[in-house]
Design a protein around this ligand. Sequence first.
Ligand SMILES: [Zn+2]
Length: 313
Amino acid sequence: MEKKQYALGIDIGGTNIAYGIVDKFGTLKFEKSVPTSNFKTPIDFINYLFLQNEIQDELTNILGIGIGAPNGNHFKGTIDYAPNLLWKGCIPLKEMFENIFKVPTMLTNDANAAAVGEKFFGCAKDLKNFVTITLGTGLGSGIYINDSIIYGEHGYAGEFGHIRVIPNGRLCKCGRKGCLETYASSSGIVRTFHEMNSDNKSKSILLTYEKITAKDIFKEAQSRDLFATEIVNYTAKILGSALADFCAFSDPKAYVLFGGIAQSGEFFRKKVVKEFEENLLSIFKNKTEIRISSLHDKNAAILGNAASVFLNL
Ligand SMILES: [Zn+2]
């Protein structure tokens, strides 16, 4: 009898932990989300997970476990001093999982998991060289070049959100100024709203919002509010230009945009492409694509972490 092979994908966040069993085609057999605060220690969580009926039923079919976590260190298999987790210090998570589940376990950060997810289950199946850009509260990137994830010497490669795009620009939470993610992210877009002086501002519907979000700004831009459109154009300009510069460095076939802002699809993509092409070194012109993730309506984090198992085993 042919053995079915699944991966257990786990996404550990500051608020929730999502997990699921995934097959090689990206079908989620089962998925669940629990509050991270339910577990005082990582061992409490691992024991809970191990005893779940859905996991026990498939235990012999699980090939490996892929975990994405804040400050997840791929090389050491540890979570290193994650500021957003209750679990403090340096946690040897890989070892803890392997002791209980007895299957290979791998740990990575969210951005790399997103890239592997696109390669296996998303819109990058045909690509050997691409970069995923995750546009959330911040900006993350996963670099997949020569058919493998680039980790770098310390596992930190892909901190693209912290390249500086505006000299002496906005203060970033990393302590420096002008980082890309202070402009091209949902929090950056709200900052642009507050900072931008525009002739179109006074008549804008955005001023009627009590607490504005990037989603509101995109929605109003799509409804042709002029001030909202200016904000979106400015965001696309900074992002497109930064992506053009990074081409000179890594020569990807495509960028894959994922996250809240990217969900507006063609509307935002077209604007980014325009700025991107205008800023490219001529040898790259009309060669590099910008795609929108096809995993937005799926649980991309679980899929990406499960895909790491299929990639590595
Ligand atoms: Zn920064």
